[in-house]
Design a protein around this ligand. Sequence first.
Ligand code: UDP
Length: 240
Amino acid sequence: MGEPRRIVLKMSGEALASSASDETIDAVVVERFAREIAEARAADPDLQLAVMVGGGNLWRGTTGAGAGMDRATSDAMGMLGTVINALALQDALEHQAQPTRVLTAVHMAEVAEPYIRRRAIRHLEKDRVVIFAAGMGNPFFTTDTSAALRAAEIEAHLLLKGTHGGVDGVYSADPKIDPSATRYETISFMEVIAKDLRVMDLTAITFCRDNHLPILVFDLMPPGNLRRALSGEQIGTLVR
Ligand code: UDP
């Protein structure tokens, strides 16, 4: 075995839903992601993968806060939503014979292990896929920022940001509005920030910049793309 290639994948909650299903989680989509993860791991035994799942398909803290709820309470609801998604993904991965551990930042020992940094690393070394749930456990943050934080903590080499809105990387302008917009193959953090190209939330981007953590932005939804991104194929836009 060679040097481990440690990756944190940020997967939006909305990527787990689909228009083909009335449910908040489409089992067919989740199964496809799990299969692609298992395929990428089978092809490269040095790939160590941790996934930070979002919860936007179930609840977002700002939704409740916008309607007058207490923000911290609303964010707690959002964090709990990510745990539901994490369990769905774990189940699908284990159907692919891929051992998986869910580590939650909000402790709920009956359903998942608590997040402990050294334990997360140990699981990765033992070829388990780690799923981070409940973000970082603090209100007022997103799972984008949580993914960046965990990636830095476990000394990941790359943060994969899978998008689900039909945009396959970082563009010079919004490609849905401006047809002359072009996709960058690589772009610097400074340029992303200066041009306000919102690839992740700003807190996450500045954190990655400060901690020298490259981000690969790619479209998660076309079949095969997740496997390609995990395998290191040229895809999307590298922010570094
Ligand atoms: N959240 C939080 N703290 C965290 C991570 C998430 O409070 O560390 C809450 C927040 O309310 C957020 C929700 O969980 O809106 C779901 O996460 P996110 O919006 O990042 O999910 P995604 O958009 O990626 O599906």
